[in-house]
Design a protein. Structure first.
Length: 88
C-alpha cells in the first residue's frame, strides 16, 4: 500500500525508494526485543535507510542486516512512525 499522506518528522512526504534517517525509536518498541538485540536496534538511530515498502497500516518499512559473533546473518525489519524518520 502506498499513501501520499505519509510524512516524516518535518511534514515532508515519504514514499517507497526515499532515503530516511532514523531520528528516534520508541523505547517501548526497543524493549520488546531480546536484551542482546536491543543495542543493534538502538544503533539504527542516526543511520540512513531506503524505504522498501509500506505495510497495510500505511507505515514505511526499512531493514538492516548484521553479522553476529559467529558470522551468522541477522536481519531486522522495522516500521517507522513519522516522528521517527527524516527524509533526506
Amino acid at each position: 500500500m502506498q499513501d501520499s499522506k505519509l510524512i516524516d518528522c518535518h511534514g515532508k512526504p515519504v514514499t517507497v525508494g526515499d532515503i530516511v534517517r532514523i531520528v528516534s525509536l520508541n523505547q517501548e518498541f526497543i524493549d520488546n526485543f531480546p536484551e542482546d538485540e536491543q543495542p543493534l536496534i538502538e544503533s539504527m538511530i542516526g543511520q540512513f535507510f531506503k524505504i522498501y515498502g509500506i505495510d497495510e497500516f500505511g507505515q514505511p518499512w526499512v531493514s538492516k542486516e548484521w553479522h553476529d559473533e559467529a558470522g551468522n546473518l541477522q536481519t531486522h525489519i522495522i516500521a517507522l512512525d513519522p516522528e521517527e524518520m527524516e527524509r533526506i
